[in-house]
Design a protein around this ligand. Structure first.
Ligand code: NAP
Length: 297
């Protein structure tokens, strides 16, 4: 049990008041938590102070005020630059770092904290600042100290849907990176489709009205694909690689004929081609994950 007050109205500290840190502090204030704030540029705390936050004069004062210390600065370098000099004040406290970190950086930070008797919980925010506070739209992935999450759950749940991924601190940033990869590839496909239909004057708005339900429907296939991938058995009688090769070649041909770039579609087509060339044409398209896992195989 942490020696500092936890529970429904535990005092919290937010260090870093960029657009995300401000949203985080605002959610704590709205939830009734005494909230102390600190930012390199103090002026960014003005609105929060008007809403009841206490602006600390130094990171050390900020840390001393809260049982839970939440850090949301730009990157690891900025976080470590603030936390390093206040390690004595942090000892015995709970630290949640919501700064985006690589898995390795999260692991190193957890190690640094453990050596100083600081309970460390890493968090990855899957949301933009305007969504913070809406559990339907904002999701925060946590990994590291389960004790910190248990003690401060009422406060952390004010930020968004809360998912705990285990005690390995690297896990939250690893999963965040996987989710972002999925998002970027989806957006890239949407941009390609928008450019393609635009060659006949279809507006992005018209296209989007069709794309949203289509993409939503396509996500219903993901659990089935996951089952195939986890079982490692790619035999199928539908949606084979050969079938999808035809589909991708078709998109690329039509795109070229209309004079638009095919940069987005070609890597996917190349992955399919490689699997087909290796004799897996009749297998499920889910086999592409093997081509990504083992580029040389
Ligand atoms: N915004 C989003 O949509 C979003 C979504 C998910 C995750 N995140 C993550 O949340 C974190 C914060 O993002 P943000 O959008 O709030 O960024 P931001 O608006 O650019 O704010 C950056 C914050 O970091 C501080 N900072 C930067 N360098 C510093 C240094 N050397 N020493 C001390 N403080 C320093 C800034 O202080 P000053 O005000 O003094 O410059 C400011 O508080 C990032 O890791 C970001 O990846 C953001």
């Amino acid at each position: 049990m942490n020696e500092h007050a936890s529970g429904p109205a535990a005092p919290v500290t937010v260090i870093g008041l960029g657009s995300m840190g401000q949203a985080v502090a605002a959610a704590f204030l709205k939830g009734g938590h005494p909230t102390t704030i600190w930012n390199r540029t103090a002026a960014k705390g003005r609105d929060l102070v008007a809403r009841g936050a206490v602006l600390a004069h130094s990171p050390a004062d900020a840390v001393r005020a809260g049982g839970l210390v939440v850090v949301c600065v730009l990157d690891r370098e900025a976080a470590q630059g603030i936390l390093g000099p206040v390690e004595a004040e942090l000892a015995g406290r709970s630290l949640t770092v919501l700064t985006s970190l690589s898995p390795e950086e999260a692991e190193e930070m957890a190690q640094w904290a453990a050596e100083r008797n600081i309970s460390f919980l890493g968090g990855a925010i899957m949301a933009t600042p305007d969504l913070i506070g809406d559990p339907e739209a904002a999701s925060i992935l946590y990994a590291g100290s389960h004790t910190v999450l248990r003690e401060y759950r009422p406060a952390l749940e004010l930020l968004g849907a809360t998912t705990y991924l285990g005690d390995s601190a690297a896990r939250a940033s690893l999963l965040e990176t996987g989710l972002l990869a999925s998002m970027y590839a989806m957006f890239a496909g949407f941009y390609h489709g928008t450019a393609l239909v635009g060659t006949d004057g279809v507006t992005a708005e018209e296209f989007t009205a069709l794309a949203v339900p289509w993409l939503k429907a396509m996500t219903t296939f993901l659990p089935g694909q996951a089952e195939i991938i986890d079982a490692g058995d790619y035999t199928t009688d539908q949606q084979s690689l050969e079938f999808n090769k035809g589909g991708l070649d078709h998109i690329i041909r039509i795109s070229e004929a209309r004079g638009i770039a095919t940069d987005v579609m070609r890597p996917m087509a190349a992955l399919v081609d490689r699997q087909v060339e290796r004799g897996h044409g009749a297998d499920s398209v889910a086999r592409l994950v093997e081509g990504i896992r083992y580029p040389e195989a």
